[in-house]
Each structure stands twice: as C-alpha cells, then as structure tokens.
Design a protein. Structure first.
Length: 346
C-alpha cells in the first residue's frame, strides 16, 4: 500500500514537538482554521504518548457534544466510574479533580467551540495550569484563540501551519491515485492545479483526492477544480460537503458586523495593507473600529497578515466568502409574491 513518508514524518515530528512543550507547560493550545489538521495532530499526540501517563482521556469534537456527556466520559476515563443516564455528573467532579492532582494524567480536549465549554472544564484548565511542574497535562485545540488566551500562556500556543508543496502533493496523490499503477500527463497536470488551489489545507487535499479516486475523466477533474474555486459542494455528496461545512462553522459563529467585514475582505480586500484597509473601511467614530474586528477575525483563524504586511485569507475561505456574498446578494433580488392563491383559484 502506498505510504505518506513526508506527511507522516512531518506529523510525527510535530507531535514530538508538542510532547516536548507539554513537559514545560501544563496546558498547550493548537490554534488554526478548520480543516488544517488540529484534530489529526491531537490524535497523533494522544496515540504516541498517552501510555506514558497513568490515566488519559481524548474528548473528541467537544463543540458538538453536550458538556455533561463530556464530563461523564472524562469521569469514566480518569476515575473508572461509569454513571447511569440519570446521575448528575457534577456530584463527582471532585473525583476528577483529585485524579488530576494525585496522578499523572493526559487530557486532550478536541475542538472547543464556545466560551461556556471552557467554563465548564475549568477544573481541567484553570486550577493547576499555573504550576509549571504539575504532572497532569492538557492539550486543547480550537479555531478561536480568544477562547483560550485567558487559560493558556502565549508561549504554549501553537499556530498550525499549512502543508508545504511536497507534503501537499504527496497527500493528494495518495488519496487520488492510491490504486493506480500509472498516472497520465493530463491528470498529473490537473492534479498540480488542484494542489495549488488547496493551498496546503489537508482537508481540501483529502476530500478532493478521495472524490477523484478511480475517476479518469479529465472533464470531471476540471469540473471539481472549478467547483472548488467557486466555493461550492462537489457533486452534492455528503463527504464533499464536509469541507465547506467545516470551513463555514467559524463564519456562522461571527456576529453580523464581523460577518459583513469577512465577506467584504473575501470579495475586495485580500492583498491590501492594514492601514489602507482601515482608511477605506472606517466611516468614523460612530462605526465599529475595523482594527478590533480584524483582530477578532485573526484570532478565529479566518485571516492572517502576510510577511509583507498585506491582508491574507486562505483561498478556500475566500472562495467560500465570495459564494456566501453572492447568495446574500441574489436573495435580495428574489421576488416573493405576497398574494396567496386560493386552492381552487385559476
């Protein structure tokens, strides 16, 4: 079976870096946009190092779970106590707390999505995080640094990076051609275009590769690339919708004024200098300060500042934003009659 040496080696190296960081920090945060591989790296760290701890727990996709169910899983993993459905987990939080204090424990909190989640999990994050030599360790990943910066020191923040060109190529080729003995020049050329359009985002590379696997019709490949650049679902399949659903979560959690700025950036302002953007965008003292909104979008991994000082947005996020803006604009021009025809009216 084909292997992923560069991608897998890079992933394992990063997991070792996180493990080394955990030796000096009680809590480490992985921060980055949706689909960049935070959960994959978290799972790798847990898989490689959880057996070095007396107890361990991986709390997957916390943002979609009931927080009480998360606590119950934690209680079972750390304290070997399985509660009945009607039992109140809050009555046993002291047991979890005592386990964290008395034993060497690893807890991985995957994809925190709300401030309330962190509030309910403070017994894991806040109470002992200041003690550097604390035996128990917490690894948490999130898209929004604002949710974590009061709980995690800046030195323990890890910004997730995109795959480099070679890693991206290897990941896509693995998924698209894992059963192929030969790749035609036409498919290899279009592959390079797709890889470039994915801009090192692992989720895009995986989904496009899996969708195109065993398909050798060049028109379908070109169509997939066109849909990707247009920010649209590919072939309407549920697997392919995963990319846009993953990316859109961060947008949906913004307030309206911040959503508007995100869409404006996606449509008009990628590549502009920060000062120029604020000069163009700010209408005066009564309007929201664009610097505050920009910082919020940056903390949520929706924009970045490039090395040259220009405003940068990942191409998939930009495509998604342009597509949403088109949908919003079109909806304003759809005629909706306010006269209801009677059932038998001709």
């Amino acid at each position: 079976m084909p292997r992923l040496p560069r991608y897998e080696v890079a992933l394992e190296n990063k997991a070792n870096e996180i493990n080394n960081l955990l030796q000096n920090e009680s809590i480490v945060a992985l921060v980055g946009m949706g689909g960049i591989g935070k959960t994959t790296l978290s799972k790798k760290v847990y898989h490689l190092f959880h057996n070095q701890y007396e107890k361990s727990s991986f709390l997957e996709d916390v943002k979609l779970k009931n927080i009480n169910d998360v606590k119950k899983k934690l209680l079972q993993d750390l304290c070997d106590r399985k509660l009945h459905k009607d039992e109140n987990v809050d009555e046993y939080l002291d047991e979890i707390n005592q386990c964290m204090i008395s034993k060497k424990v690893l807890v991985v909190v995957d994809d925190v999505g709300k401030m309330e989640d962190l509030g309910d999990l403070q017994l894991l994050i806040d109470k002992h995080a200041i003690t550097i030599d604390y035996k128990s360790k917490v690894l948490v990943n999130c898209r929004n640094w604002q949710l974590l910066k009061n709980h995690v020191r800046e030195s323990a923040k890890v910004d997730m990076a995109f795959l480099d060109d070679e890693q991206a190529k290897e990941l896509f080729m693995f998924h698209a051609f894992k059963h192929a003995n030969h790749v035609t020049n036409d498919l290899e050329n279009i592959s390079m275009e797709i890889i470039k359009a994915c801009e090192g985002l692992p989720l895009s590379l995986e989904i496009l590769g899996c969708y195109l696997r065993d398909i050798r019709d060049l028109k379908i490949w070109k169509g997939a690339l066109h849909e990707l650049k247009g920010g649209r679902n590919i072939a309407g399949g549920s697997d392919n919708e995963r990319l846009w659903k993953t990316l859109r979560i961060s947008y949906d959690h913004l307030i309206k004024t911040h959503q508007d700025m995100f869409l404006d950036i996606a449509c008009f302002f990628v590549g502009i200098k920060k000062k120029m953007f604020c000069r163009v965008y700010w209408n005066g003292d009564d309007s929201p300060n664009p610097m505050i909104i920009l910082q919020n979008l940056k903390d949520r991994s929706l924009i970045k500042w490039a090395k040259d000082g220009n405003l940068y947005m990942h191409e998939q996020l930009q495509n998604m934003g342009q597509n949403i803006a088109t949908e919003v604009t079109m909806s304003r021009f759809i005629w909706k009659p306010n006269i209801s025809l009677q059932k038998n009216q001709v």
